[in-house]
Every structure is written in C-alpha cells, then in structure tokens.
Design a protein around this ligand. Structure first.
Ligand SMILES: *[C@@H]1O[C@H](CO)[C@@H](O)[C@H](O)[C@H]1NC(C)=O
Ligand SMILES: *[C@@H]1O[C@H](CO)[C@@H](O)[C@H](O)[C@H]1NC(C)=O
Length: 182
C-alpha cells in the first residue's frame, strides 16, 4: 500500500514536471524579434503644416518612413535621425489656458511634440487640427520660406489646463509644395 502510494506520487511529480517543462519551453522567446530587412514601422504618425508656392498653409497627416534598423543594445530597433538639418535649439514651452496667437510664421523649421494638455493650429485654407499628448507636428512655414507670400497660421491652447510642448528646432531649409517629407 505504501509502495503504491509512493509510485503514484512519483508518477504525479513526473507528470507535473513534464507539464512545467513544456510550458517553460513555450514561454521562452523563440528567436530575437528582429524586423525583416527593409520593413518600416507601419504607423509612425506625424502631422505636417505645409505651405504651397503661393504661401497658403495646409495640414497633412503623414506616416514616417525611411527608418533603418540599428542595435542600440542587443536587439535591432527602427531608427531615423536624418531630417535634412541639424538641431539648433530645444525648447520646453507652456501655453496658458485660452492663449490664442494671431496669424504668424513658425520661428524655425521644427518638430513640436505635445507633452500635456492640448493645442490647435488653423491654416489659411481653413483647416483645423488639435493635438493631444504624444502627437507630433512638423512645420517649416518660416519667414524664410520660398513661398510668394509669407506662409502663416493661427495657433492656441485648447481646454482648461495649460498645454506643455517640447520643440526641437533645426536648420533644414523651408520648402513649398512638399507634403509628408519624411
Ligand atoms: C550636420 O552637422 C554635421 C557636423 O557638423 C555636418 O557634417 C552635416 O553636414 C550637417 N547636416 C546637415 C543636414 O546640415
Ligand atoms: C478661459 O475662457 C473661458 C471661456 O471664455 C472662461 O470661462 C475661463 O474663465 C477662461 N480661463 C482662464 C484661465 O482664463
């Protein structure tokens, strides 16, 4: 009787360890999840405020491409660091509640990354876009734009909390009629 009990227990232990071994094997990562060569992120969004040759401004919804695969650590990740210019300034800024800017140029070719709160742009074609935290705007409607007239836009804060932004300015030459450049 004691012997049968022991054998049963042993069988149970064997079954349990076999099951654990199987599930451990299933949980272990297969190969490193490296992106296939030549693939791109499917949904790397940014918004563009662009100018036409006349200097009217417009809004485009873009998906960034042109990434390469690079291993910053052990595994590959998508990287894009060439935007046709070098960073000249980094700015943290906060728009007060209800702030509304009149028509203006962007001070520099720049990316604006919304950190908190919300803000809007309104272009001269009547388009309007609000940005939420995590959303990225690219704009190059500077005073140096080659457009016939200076390309401008409206902007301002949205909602009842201030809007915090991180702005990266760079020295890429402003364009006209170039939609979704990256
Ligand atoms: C950025 O700066 C580097 C180093 O000064 C220079 O070699 C490169 O040409 C610059 N890139 C652009 C796009 O201006
Ligand atoms: C913002 O504008 C709204 C609507 O006019 C007003 O009720 C509110 O008090 C204003 N808030 C601030 C902080 O100025």
């Amino acid at each position: 009787m004691e012997n049968r009990c022991h054998r049963l227990l042993l069988a149970l232990v064997v079954i349990i360890s076999a099951t654990r071994a199987t599930s451990l094997a299933a949980a272990a990562p297969a190969a490193a999840p490296a992106p296939a060569s030549g693939t791109q992120p499917e949904n790397f969004k940014y918004t563009q405020l662009w100018s036409d040759a006349e200097g009217e401004t417009h809004i485009a919804e873009c998906k960034m491409q042109g990434f390469r695969e690079e291993a910053y650590s052990a595994l590959l990740q998508f990287v894009r660091d060439d935007f046709g210019g070098n960073a000249t300034k980094m700015v943290f800024t906060e728009l007060s509640v209800n702030l509304t800017q009149p028509l203006h140029n962007t001070p520099s070719t720049q990316f604006v990354i919304t950190l908190s709160g919300s803000w809007y742009i309104k272009t001269t074609d009547g388009s309007y876009r609000e940005f939420l935290p995590g959303e990225v705007l690219f704009q190059d409607n500077t005073k140096d734009s080659p457009a016939a007239k200076s390309p401008q836009h409206y902007s301002g804060a949205v909602g009842d909390v201030p809007c915090q932004q991180f702005v990266i300015q760079f020295d890429r030459v402003p364009n006209v009629n170039v939609v979704c450049p990256f």
